[in-house]
Design a protein around this ligand. Structure first.
Ligand code: ATP
Ligand code: MG
Length: 269
């Protein structure tokens, strides 16, 4: 199955062409989807083990999306079968005072993966051209400068051995309504609800415009964006697993060679 159709081509991309309720990654049956997800998750686990052992390449997976688009759920499902060693999740919140005293990429760079690591950014440096732009904290000229700086920054990471995968979890405004209401109705989920979410929701159109522009201006050959139709959680999990696996397989990973002096060693009683 090809993931290419989800990849953002800056020359032709328009967000409204993408259906949030596209379910074409699913095979139809619940059970067969669950089996497929577990198969994908096992292969991710196997390859991530080699990535970790080899300490040569690294992967940075950036997940962006509106509130309740499923960022946390994605991490939970896609990495459910994985070994916590070598995997790290970083969540980007409102910047601290210290972070604000630095350039906007500083806090991203210090969390970027080291060789052998698979790091997932739950939100990222993209907030600095999304929420920050929507709320008018930067002007148009600064926003353009930041697109350029992001492209340069991501090029530096890729030239130094990091594979970058960027996923925008695309849900409809109606789906967000359902999910936010669920958070309010279920006391085990209410902690995720924030009154500010409703204010951001009112700015939906502005956010979609900011996302579209960010995706167009920062989807590159070396760090492409994928738009993941996410109204269906299963469709989302299947697609993200496939995107990640494609990247892992592409690295042609190998366990480090066994040193010749180890070959004749037998451990004594
Ligand atoms: P969910 O999607 O499940 O609601 P979340 O990612 O929104 O989770 P929260 O702790 O609710 O997690 O919110 C983090 C908030 O921090 C978001 O509203 C996000 O936009 C904001 N944020 C992140 N980075 C920045 C930034 N650089 N400038 C301003 N706000 C930021
Ligand atoms: Mg939130």
């Amino acid at each position: 199955m090809s993931i290419e159709k989800y990849r953002v081509n800056p020359k032709t991309f328009s967000l409204k062409d993408i259906k949030t309720n596209d379910r074409s990654e699913r095979s139809g049956g619940r059970e067969s989807d669950a089996e497929e997800l577990s198969r994908l998750s096992k292969e991710i686990f196997q390859l991530q083990d080699v990535l970790h052992a080899q300490t040569r390449h690294s992967i940075l997976m950036i997940i962006q999306g509106m509130d309740a688009s499923g960022k946390d759920g994605t991490v939970r499902h896609v990495f459910s079968g994985s070994d916590p060693f070598g995997i790290r999740v970083v969540s980007f919140k409102v910047p601290t005072r210290e972070e604000l005293l630095h350039d906007f990429l500083w806090r991203s760079h210090i969390h970027a993966p080291k060789a052998g690591e698979l790091v997932i950014f739950n939100r990222s440096h993209y907030e600095d051209v999304l929420i920050v732009k929507v709320h008018g904290l930067i002007d148009e000229a600064e926003c353009r400068r930041r697109y350029n700086q992001i492209r340069d920054y991501e090029r530096i990471l890729t030239e130094n051995g990091t594979t970058i995968i960027k996923c925008f979890l695309h849900i409809s405004k109606e789906e967000q309504k359902i999910r936010l209401q669920e958070r309010l109705n279920d006391p085990t989920k209410t902690w995720k609800f924030n009154l500010q979410d409703l204010k951001e929701r009112e700015l939906w159109k502005d956010y979609m415009e900011a996302y579209e522009r960010a995706l167009i201006n920062t989807s590159t050959d070396y760090a492409p964006w994928y738009v993941v139709p996410s109204d269906s959680r299963t469709n989302r999990n299947l697609l993200i697993s496939r995107i990640l696996l494609t990247a892992l397989r592409g690295l042609k990973l190998n366990y480090p060679p066994v040193p010749s002096e180890y070959k004749n060693i037998t451990i004594k009683d």
